[in-house]
Design a protein around this ligand. Structure first.
Ligand SMILES: Cc1cc2nc3c(=O)[nH]c(=O)nc-3n(C[C@H](O)[C@H](O)[C@H](O)COP(=O)(O)O)c2cc1C
Length: 212
């Protein structure tokens, strides 16, 4: 009888603990969701006003801002939550010049304050045919970085590296990357010295419903 009573007491304790934590989770989610919904116009505005920025002022970017941008990158979704990425922050002028020399379409590195190179690490990527998901993972991180930079008043541009055979090995060499690490792109970042009009890419003919 005593055993049964102890069991009941334990069950009650577990139920009440679960109830408290479930309640806490619900209230956290409730707090978060209305916040995000309330900001939806700002989120859409940020997406729709982002443009590639290729000229930068000499205003420095502080470390806290750089970290915010990196945090946004790492908040991106990845296949099986694998997060098979690495982010190389280049903020030494000499190193930025070396990158500029090996990437003909990343000449804006000249005025950028820093650059992030988004890489995939094949040692942490999914096995077999699923390995190629790293490209989508790193691309999702890249778009988050571009949007975060724009939202923070900075400008940035995605300069493709992978799979360009003329640029890829040179970027790997400049950065001293291990063979398993592949640079997807170089993202030069800084405060904008230009304000191009965002391109209107809305083309309803690109949308198909239910079937091609
Ligand atoms: C995979 C990829 C590679 C790109 N490579 C370069 C590049 O090497 N140099 C560059 O100036 N822009 C590059 N861009 C930026 C595109 O030119 C730009 O996103 C496109 O023209 C649309 O303009 P928007 O970003 O202002 O909307 C690249 C973009 C992507 C997605």
């Amino acid at each position: 009888m005593k055993k049964i009573w102890n069991y009941c007491k334990l069950s009650l304790l577990a139920m009440s603990l679960f109830g408290v934590s479930a309640g806490l989770m619900t209230s956290c989610q409730e707090e978060k969701q209305p916040g995000a919904a309330g900001q939806s116009e700002a989120v859409i505005e940020n997406i729709m006003t982002r443009t590639s920025i290729r000229a930068f002022t000499d205003q420095p970017v502080d470390e806290a801002t750089v970290e915010k941008i990196l945090r946004a990158g790492m908040a991106a979704p990845t296949a099986v939550n694998r997060q098979p990425w690495a982010f190389i922050v280049v903020n030494e002028r000499k190193q930025m010049e070396r990158l500029r020399e090996v990437h003909p379409f990343a000449q804006m590195l000249k005025t950028a304050q820093f650059a992030i190179i988004v890489c995939g690490d094949m040692e942490r990527a999914l096995p077999g045919a699923s390995q190629a998901y790293w490209i989508q993972d790193a691309s999702a991180a890249t778009e988050n970085i571009l949007l975060a930079a724009h939202g923070l008043g900075l400008g940035a541009v995605w300069c493709g590296v992978y799979p360009n055979p003329d640029v890829l090995p040179k970027v790997k060499e400049v950065l001293g990357l291990p063979s398993s690490v592949i640079p997807l792109n170089i993202i030069p970042i800084g405060y904008p010295a230009e304000s191009p009009t965002p391109k209107d890419k809305w083309k309803p003919e690109n949308i198909h419903y239910n079937k091609w």
